[in-house]
Design a protein around this ligand. Sequence first.
Ligand code: ZN
Ligand code: FE
Length: 259
Amino acid sequence: MHSDIYLTPVRAFTDNYIWVIRRDAFAVVVDPGDTQPVLQFLRDKQLQLVAILTTHHHADHTGGNLELLKHYPVPVYGPATETIPGITRPLHDGDIVSLPELMLDLHVLDVPGHTMGHIAYYGTGLLLCGDTLFAAGCGRLFEGTPAQMSHSLARLAQLPDDTAVYCAHEYTLANIDFALSVDGNNPALIERACIERNKRSADMPTLPSSIGLEKATNPFLRCHINALRKSAESWAKKPLQDNIAVFTALREMKNTFRA
Ligand code: ZN
Ligand code: FE
């Protein structure tokens, strides 16, 4: 992790996190769905905005772009294949976003599934993954197929275990309730449930997570584990041929799950 870089969540709407990456007095904002909380934060901390990063086109991630541009005429990065308000730097898989003010380079990863053009940003030690990977869960499949999302998550799971994972929503406790229903004998998950509930009781964010913690506790990264396959098969009432079939069943189970 870059020791002089700080990431702070700015809360928006009910459960969105707009991550602000800063170094000294410079700031980059990720997925600003709203304007006022971001402007307030920048003013309070006396920060100069230098770029806006966008992971996908949904309004709760892009709705603040145009208004922020009125105050700070900065480059707007986002997926080339989606319609992003104010975009000036369309990105493709493999591109590198250079943020000299932060002395930070971020690699662009295509992670379709939640939306078709969804991208993630990865730099040494940190991952900004929008609505693709959540703490103990994953995004809904609004546009992509289960196979695409499963492949995207597998890509993220290959990053180093100590990568800090910055997701765009605080969904962790609901995700953990579901995870416990399908992987209830997993000691790492049971331990995590306790830790994250304590954080939320204290009104603290559960993020960042880490790739290692997600691999140990996130059912959608554990489709190859026997316990998850068994849970999915008993719900589907039939044998499931491969990990994608298990993923598909788990995602459908989660869509209708009530704790
Ligand atoms: Zn979204
Ligand atoms: Fe979202």
